[in-house]
Structures are given as structure tokens and as C-alpha cells.
Design a protein around this ligand. Structure first.
Ligand code: GLN
Length: 481
């Protein structure tokens, strides 16, 4: 607690938090733990955990870094928050994000951006996003660990940019009850930690069926997963897939070199490498940017100035005026990126565009899923029968690929990016999201060939596993960290 308070004061300028716990709040919570012995066997006792500000908490406001939820306070905790607290963890504040999780650099419109603690030639670097506040809180020791959310890469990208470990479990393993929906068929609660072992501790504490979340994996599926995954043994020889389609032109030399050096060292350690093809990868990004905004436009319809947060105070609140209350409220309350996505989503769901966009994107999503099913040795536990496989199937245990195409850009460089250039950054994280697969970003020491002087000395490398194979993904993460 003491360290958390000191670091929070020291690093306040990085703006990792939207709301910080007060010293009294933390000390009171800590003393309740001291007085009780019910937490004896929990590894989370007394650990300070920061929570992304799109996960609701009853002791702190939850804003999703949006003006539309200004000063909103939930009457209940998200299930994941309750589970942390009942395991003895201390919630040390709410972390900054791109508004509603829409973005990759933690630059909300109505409040300040989060800064990475790393710099290039004196220029602050992007912390990644949208869980950049959580990543910076962990990277600077302001929290022992943090919760984030990952819809298309929002836990993995900031982890890669800040030298931390970001874990996105399989879709449906951790409860989404109390997580503010961005694109609910993709939204996944994830963790940011200093090492893979800590990610496993939190995952174990949260990995349970929740009847409050209709997409929580049922006991039947959980049993099936447990039945088909094999226990890890120290001398296991892994079959590692190298997705050739991830070796895009946009990969920077330092990222490519670090990736290939890591693969070489895994081969030297006795694991086997297999080139695999995931051909639908090239359409995955476009499909994601149709599906995610479509779901967002529907999920964000409820912010109308009547039920939650901000409500316009101008004359337009008067129903006699031409514009209804909700239109003015939404115009004021949502930033430009959120408005762009609402419009995009409303368009692709409209009757004239639906077949060309939304329906096609759903088809691409299926293709992305079957690409993955075609390369993993393990059968997808969500399917009753094994899909037809091509004869040259590689049967791999995990895939290993970079998390982001480049090292973090400076915040000044980010300013100059167009929305589409910004979306391109998610090209390597989005496929696993569309298929709901477990994916872990681990910092790997920068390989040779670094052209620029950077004071971040690691590249985020992703381990992607078959649906439900979360435990293996974490094990492999420990092998490479
Ligand atoms: N950058 C992606 C987006 O803006 C992913 C965000 C996320 O995972 N929440 O949609």
C-alpha cells in the first residue's frame, strides 16, 4: 500500500489514473484484511490492483473516460472486481482509457492522455491503448497488477508498448458482468502484470462461470476444456506455429529480428517450428472494423441523457425545441472517435448496407476462426465435430508472433495519424479477438538491428492458443519471458 501511494504521487504526471484511491481508503481496506484470517490461502491478499475505468465499481466513479458518463457511479461492483476483493486484493484506483475503449493510444477526448514512462530522444512515447492507464500503472509500480479489457488488442498492445505482460483469456472465461460494453461479442477482461506468474494468479481467481453474464462459458464447456487440455510437463517439446501471414511489410526491422531470434532460441531449446498459413488474416482487420462499430452503435444507444451520466443543460433540453434532449446530450457527451464509430456502425447495420458489410464481415469472422482451427492440434471445444482439415495441417500447440508491427510511436507521431492509420496498428491482435482465442503479450528483449535509440528495450511477442487452452498459453509465456 505504501509503495502504491508513493509511486502514485511520484508518477501522477503520467496520468495513468482517472480516479485514485485515497490513503485512507487503502489503509482501511488493508486493515480489514489484517483483522481477518479468511484470506489465508489467497495469493492476492494485500495486493494493490488497478481497474480500468470501463469496469464498474461501487466505491469509485466509472466514466469509461467519456463525458457522457461524467461522475457516474455504479450501485454495484463488476463480478471480476468482487472476486478480487473477496480474494483479499485492494482496489487502488480506476485507470485511463481511450473513450469507451475505442482507440490504441489512451487519448480520451475530454480528459488528458496517458503517457508512457518511456521516451525516445526526450519525446514521450504512446502507452498503447485502450488499457494504457492500466499498463502504465503496472509498469511504474503504481499498482501490483491491473485489470484491462481487450476487444481487439487493448490489453496486449499497451503491454507491448510498456514492457509489461498483457493476457487476454479465451472469450467467456472471465465474467463481463459490470464491464461497460463496447463490442460485446469481442469484449474480454484481461490483465496487465509485471510477469506471467502474476497473470496466472489473477486468472485463476477470476476464471469461473457467472450466471449474471449470459456469455460466460457454461460448466459443460469448462468441463470439456478441462478434459481435453493436457497438463504441462517441464520437458514438453512444443510444436510452435509461425503464422507467415503476420510477417507483413509493416513490421519494423527491430520487431522482425526480435521475433526470429526468439524462434531460433526456442528451436535451440528443442521445440519444433512450423510455418503455418492463416489466409483470412488479411481480411480480419476490415471485418473487425465493421463488426466492432456495429455492436458499439447498438451498445451506446442507451446513453441518452435520461438514465446515465451527462445530460445537456442548454435550451435543447427543452422538448419544445427542435432537437430532442438525447441528440444534444449525445453530441456533447461523445468524442469524435466514438461518434465516428456510432455512425459507421449505424450505417453498416442499415438495411441498404447490411448485406454488403455486416453480413460479409460475419462470414470473414467464421473464416478467421476456421483458419485457426485448421492449424491447432487441439480441437476447438466449442465445435461438436472437427471441421474438415486440409492435408498439410501443421497441428501446432501455439502460435508465436509479434503483438504490434513496430515499437511504440511518440505521442507527437500519433497526433498526425489518420483514423485508418490508427486502425492499422491492430492488425496483429484482431484475429485472435475475432476467434475468441487466448492470447498473451510478453516482453522480449530487443534483438539486434535496432535503428533508433529507444529507452524501451523490449518487443511485445504474442502467444496465441486454441480456444480454452489458456493454461498452455501462460506456460509458454513463462518459457519465453
Ligand atoms: N484499437 C482497437 C479499437 O479501437 C481495439 C480496442 C480494444 O481492444 N478495446 O477498436
Amino acid at each position: 500500500v505504501q509503495q502504491c501511494l508513493e509511486r502514485q504521487a511520484q508518477y501522477a504526471g503520467l496520468n495513468a489514473f482517472v480516479t485514485r484511491a485515497s490513503a485512507t481508503q487503502l489503509q482501511d481496506a488493508a486493515s480489514t484484511i489484517d483483522d481477518s484470517n479468511k484470506f489465508n490461502d489467497s495469493a492476492l491478499v494485500g495486493r494493490t490492483i488497478a481497474v480500468k475505468d470501463n469496469i464498474v465499481t461501487k466505491d469509485y466513479p466509472t466514466t469509461a473516460s467519456s463525458k457522457i458518463l461524467d461522475e457516474y457511479k455504479s450501485p454495484y461492483n463488476a463480478t471480476v472486481v468482487d472476486k478480487l476483493i473477496s480474494a483479499g486484493a485492494l482496489i487502488c484506483g480506476k485507470t485511463n482509457l481511450d473513450e469507451f475503449g475505442m482507440g490504441s493510444h489512451t487519448r480520451p477526448t475530454f480528459t488528458s492522455a496517458t503517457q508512457s514512462p518511456f521516451k525516445r530522444e526526450g519525446q514521450p512515447l504512446s502507452a498503447g491503448g485502450s488499457s494504457g492507464g492500466s499498463a502504465v500503472a503496472v509498469a511504474t509500480g503504481q499498482a501490483w497488477a491491473a485489470l484491462g479489457t481487450d476487444t481487439g488488442g487493448s490489453v496486449r498492445l499497451p503491454a507491448a508498448y510498456t514492457g509489461t505482460v498483457g493476457f487476454k483469456p479465451s472469450y467467456g472465461r472471465l465474467s463481463r458482468w459490470g464491464v461497460i460494453a463496447y463490442a460485446n461479442s469481442l469484449d474480454t477482461v484481461g490483465t496487465l502484470t509485471q510477469n506471467v506468474g502474476d497473470a496466472r494468479i489473477i486468472f485463476k481467481a477470476l476464471d469461473q462461470f457467472d450466471h449474471m453474464d449470459p456469455t460466460s462459458l457454461s460448466k459443460t464447456v469448462r468441463d470439456r476444456i478441462a478434459g481435453q487440455t493436457t497438463a504441462w510437463t517441464e520437458n514438453r517439446r512444443l510444436r510452435i506455429g509461425i503464422p507467415l501471414d503476420y510477417n507483413t511489410e509493416s513490421l519494423s526491422p527491430e520487431v522482425r529480428t526480435t521475433w526470429s531470434r526468439l524462434l531460433q532460441s526456442l528451436q535451440d531449446a528443442g521445440h519444433s517450428l512450423h510455418a503455418v498459413s492463416l489466409p483470412s488474416t488479411h481480411q480480419a482487420l476490415s471485418a473487425y472494423y465493421v463488426l466492432a462499430p456495429a455492436e458499439a452503435s447498438s451498445n451506446l444507444a442507451k446513453y441518452d441523457g435520461v438514465r446515465y451520466g451527462h445530460r445537456t443543460s442548454g435550451p435543447d433540453a427543452n422538448p419544445k425545441e427542435n432537437l430532442p434532449l438525447f441528440a444534444t446530450t449525445r453530441g456533447e457527451g461523445f468524442g469524435p472517435e466514438v461518434q465516428r464509430r456510432i455512425l459507421l456502425g449505424a450505417y453498416t447495420l442499415s438495411s441498404e448496407a447490411m448485406d454488403n458489410y455486416f453480413v460479409q464481415a460475419q462470414r470473414v469472422r467464421r473464416l478467421v476462426q476456421s483458419d485457426f482451427d485448421n492449424v491447432f492440434a487441439l480441437q476447438n471445444p466449442l465445435l461438436d465435430t472437427r471441421t474438415e482439415r486440409s492435408s498439410d495441417t501443421a497441428n501446432v500447440d501455439v502460435l508465436i508472433a509479434p503483438t504490434a508491427p513496430t515499437l511504440p510511436p511518440t505521442l507527437a507521431e500519433v497526433e498526425k495519424l489518420s483514423p485508418v492509420e490508427m486502425y492499422m496498428n491492430d492488425v496483429l491482435t484482431v484475429p485472435a479477438s475475432l476467434a475468441g482465442l487466448p492470447a498473451l503479450s510478453v516482453p522480449v528483449k530487443l534483438g539486434g538491428g535496432a535503428k533508433e535509440a529507444v529507452d524501451i528495450d523490449s518487443v511485445g511477442i504474442q502467444v496465441i492458443g486454441q480456444f480454452g487452452d489458456d493454461e498452455l498459453v501462460l506456460q509458454v509465456g513463462q518459457v519465453i519471458e
